[in-house]
Ligand binder design. Structure first.
Ligand code: NI
Length: 171
């Protein structure tokens, strides 16, 4: 297993649309293992392959407490959405230390393949529903800050560029 570097907003590669996984083979299982290791090391609740510059429809999540219930979704598709919406504070490993409120469906039903390639259905609510919608957005090239106002997004973009510059200078 390996820790993978996470792309940081506004890296244009975060806007790549992921393609479906053709076959859940050893290569994909290795990617899943690396995504999980990277997510846990960064103390995140979810990570999409897009965020490590792999543009295939794979996401990993763990919204359990203690964090010991990894969830792997390959080729996820939302098959049902609640009419009811909910606003929650979100963050993202690609936009470190930024948190803001986003409105999403309160409940979603998702169909996906697990890491053995077996189909399953997940009925998600609460944090799991937030997380699955957030991660599936990544697969479509969308970062949560795109739900915020232009003003907020511009501020975040500037902050992230400065942070990256400072880190590169070793500060
Ligand atoms: Ni994210």
């Amino acid at each position: 297993m390996a820790l993978l570097p996470i792309l940081r907003y506004p890296d244009p590669r975060l806007h790549t649309v992921a393609r479906p996984v053709a076959a859940v083979d050893e290569r994909v299982r290795r990617l899943v293992a690396d995504l999980l290791e990277t997510m846990y090391a960064a103390d995140g609740v979810g990570l999409a392959a897009t965020q490590v510059d792999v543009h295939e429809r794979v996401i990993v999540m763990d919204t359990s407490e203690p964090r010991d219930r990894p969830l792997v979704l390959i080729n996820p598709e939302i098959v049902a959405r609640s009419a009811e919406m909910a606003v929650n504070e979100e963050g993202c490993l690609s936009v470190p230390q930024i948190y803001d409120r986003v409105e999403r469906h309160a409940r979603v039903t998702v169909r996906a393949l697990d890491r053995e390639g077996r189909p399953f259905e997940l009925e998600a609510e609460g944090l799991t529903a937030v997380c699955v919608q957030h991660e599936m957005d990544h697969l479509l090239g969308k970062v949560f800050v795109e739900y915020l106002s232009h003003l907020k997004r511009d501020r975040i973009r500037t902050k992230m560029l400065k942070k990256t510059r400072d880190e590169q200078r070793g500060r």
